[in-house]
Design a protein around this ligand. Structure first.
Ligand code: ADP
Ligand code: MG
Length: 653
């Protein structure tokens, strides 16, 4: 039968500075199943190094290592992890328990990596075995050193190991507690488990049945005490299946919980690193909501105008946009409007408009608002049948009647809930009778379309504004097909009337509503894209913040990573753990960001009167984006963690 452990000419060197430091200088060793071996030697002689090689935490630089008849000196990291988790238990001098984690969960940890079922029962069983049944919910900092080490003993046992390695297991314990741990190890050995213990204290070593002494990396003595026959326990036969256990829900749960624990342990830091994502997501949601709201109200307005509408403005197309800055160009008058109206049977209707800002007063309340002077055709062309009251008539217009229709915002500001119809208001110190309330149009982006009043155009021009010139003219064509002809007719008419020579540009601007609609949706698309880029940049900044924190976290928890690997975590498991942690961080930030974004959008639409529409798609988008940011930016730190070597990690102080 094969021996449990056979080493032949094993060396281990470390690269140090320029040269190499040979720590093990050719170790030949055979250990049989059921032995209780103490490895003794002065500090720095290579005991821990030897034990780490034996425990598959490290690989020899040269030489052969057979474990249970199988050559294991060239196993991959992950194969080593699986073999460890099935056959080997570790006990360390520093206990290496996960803080903030109960004794029960600490003991159950190796079973999560080995994919064992009934973890709770088994953990309870071994904790009872080491006499800690009444301490299962205590955390390491609530336990004495001896109790912590007993938890570690229980942890080393859960997966039914064949070998237990203990590196100075009593080094940090008072002598009575040390005695207790040694007795535990003896009991385990009697049950058939091979125990290999590293110590530099002769009294401790005296408990073993075989003492191997090393000095400067070589075995200098190998003494066997009285051979006490061990009771062989039934163990699964080698070869073991070294494939990964499937990723399990238990793993996911443990990782998520440990992520939450780690985040909760550093609340301020976690909150700050979430802030970037939070702001990014809130910005995405609010921007999309405002963009969408603006687009919707513009679309609604334009479609209520109908696509057969033409707008005529004074001034050349190239100078449009700088209203009022058009000194030497044409003017449009009411006479022009009249002439254009009868220009062609293809023109179905038309209204001229003159506008200006006025002060409007009701009692002690007053407001500045936009006054539009129009003709009665406005009502049908603009779909503006009053919600209350009536529109004015042509006769009132010709008579310069002082009648006014109010937009809903003006009503709210000046009258509150009171009905203004038939009341008298003052517009620029003149009395006007309110005859109706205009239908609400809603806000469009940054401007409130209901913050305006409508009066007859002649009243506006002669009584209030003192002008003869129009601001614009809206012309309704008989059909969409007629639009090009109407445009042609109006151009000819106006160029002729203004005596423009052929080489001169139009001194007026004609714009088609459909065209305007296209321009506007183009503009809003560009805007949304711009906003999207800004939001994406802030999310990336947030992601970098998370990556930063994750790197710090990986550094801080190097020991924990080493421990997890020692108890059987494969690379994939460590990678998953830290990615989940990053994702939890960014998703939590994302959710907070969604709440903030929705609140801001609703606040803007309620209090500032902006149109803001939060769509479920934008919420989903923001959520997925933030989770994605966590995964993408968490990958590098997580990979760094997963590639840590268990011994480097365990040595890390
Ligand atoms: P012991 O456990 O017997 O006290 P170790 O096996 O821990 O000794 O270490 C033996 C020697 O190897 C020590 O001099 C130590 O400094 C050195 N050593 C251990 N690990 C490393 C490492 N990763 N890199 C460089 N030197 C190391
Ligand atoms: Mg040591």
């Amino acid at each position: 039968m094969n021996s449990l452990i056979t080493l032949g000419g094993v060396t281990r060197s470390y690269r140090l500075g320029g040269g190499t430091l040979q720590v093990l200088k050719g170790i030949d060793l055979t250990i049989e199943e059921g032995e209780f071996v103490a490895i003794m030697g002065p500090s720095g002689s290579g005991k821990s190094t030897l034990m780490q090689i034996l425990g598959l935490l490290d690989r020899p630089t040269s030489g052969r290592y057979h474990l249970l008849g199988r050559d294991v000196s060239r196993l991959s990291d992950d194969q080593g992890a699986i073999l460890r988790s099935r056959t080997i238990g570790f006990i360390f001098q520093m206990f290496n328990l996960l803080s903030r984690t109960s004794a029960l969960d600490n003991v159950a940890l190796p079973m999560i990596y080995s994919g064992t079922a009934n973890r709770r029962e088994r953990a309870l069983e071994v904790l009872t075995q080491v006499g800690l049944a009444d301490r299962i919910h205590h955390r390491p900092n609530e336990l004495s050193g001896g109790q912590q080490q007993r938890v570690a003993v229980a942890r080393s046992l859960v997966n039914h190991p064949r070998i237990i390695f203990a590196d100075e297991p009593t080094g940090n314990l008072a002598s009575d507690q040390a005695e207790d741990i040694l007795n535990q190890l003896k009991l385990l050995n009697r049950s058939g488990i091979t125990v290999i213990m590293v110590t530099h204290e002769p009294e401790i070593a005296a408990h073993a049945r075989r003492i191997i002494r090393i000095r400067d990396g070589r075995i200098v003595a190998d003494e066997r005490g009285q051979p006490e026959p061990a009771v062989a326990a039934a163990h699964p036969e080698f070869p073991l299946d070294l494939r990964h256990p499937k990723a399990s829900l238990a793993e996911l749960r443990e990782f998520s919980l440990s992520a939450l624990r780690a985040l909760a342990a550093n609340k301020a830091r976690s909150a700050l690193s979430m802030l970037g994502i939070l702001i990014g997501v809130a910005a995405v949601i609010a921007m999309l909501a405002i963009g969408k709201g603006a687009q919707k109200s513009i679309e609604a307005r334009l479609s209520s105008l109908g696509s057969n509408l033409l707008m005529l403005f004074p001034g050349a197309p190239s100078t449009r946009g700088i209203r009022g800055a058009i000194g030497d160009t044409s003017r449009l008058t009411l006479l022009d409007a009249k002439a254009i109206r009868s220009l062609s049977p293809q023109i179905a209707d038309l209204y001229p408009e003159a506008e200006g800002n006025v002060q409007i007063v009701n009692g002690d309340k007053n407001a500045i608002t936009e006054m539009q002077g129009v003709t009665s055709s406005y009502e049908s062309i603009r779909n503006a049948k009053p919600a209350y009251g009536r529109f004015f008539t042509d006769r009132e217009d010709l008579a310069l009647a002082r009648v006014v229709l109010l937009g809903t915002t003006v009503v709210r500001e000046l009258f509150g809930a009171e009905n203004p119809v038939d009341k008298t208001v003052k517009i620029n110190h003149m009395n006007f009778k309110v005859i109706g309330i205009l239908p609400a149009k809603g806000a469009s982006g940054f401007s409130d379309q209901d913050d305006m009043i409508v009066v007859p155009i002649r009243t506006a021009m002669r009584r209030v504004l003192g002008t003869q010139y129009l601001h614009e003219m809206a012309i309704e064509c008989a059909s969409a097909e007629a639009i090009p002809y109407v445009i042609g007719d109006i151009r000819n008419f106006l160029r002729h009337r203004h005596r423009l020579p052929d080489f001169k540009e139009d001194d007026f601007t004609l714009r088609n509503n459909a065209e305007m609609q296209a321009t506007l949706s183009e503009t809003t698309r560009t805007m949304s894209m711009l906003l999207g880029v800004v939001a994406a940049i802030s999310l990336i900044v947030g992601g970098v913040g998370i990556m930063n924190i994750m790197l710090v976290s990986v550094n801080e928890r190097t020991r924990e990573i080493g421990l997890r690997k020692a108890v059987g975590a494969a690379r994939r498991a460590i990678l998953a753990q830290f990615m989940i942690e990053a994702a939890v961080l960014s998703t939590a930030g994302g959710i907070a960001g969604i709440v903030l974004g929705v609140t801001v959008s609703m606040g803007l639409s309620t209090f500032a009167g902006w149109a803001a529409v939060v769509t479920p798609q934008s919420v989903l988008l923001a959520f997925l984006f933030s989770a994605g940011v966590g995964v993408i930016f968490g990958f590098w730190p997580a990979r760094k963690a997963s590639l840590l070597s268990p011994i480097e990690a365990l040595r890390y102080e």
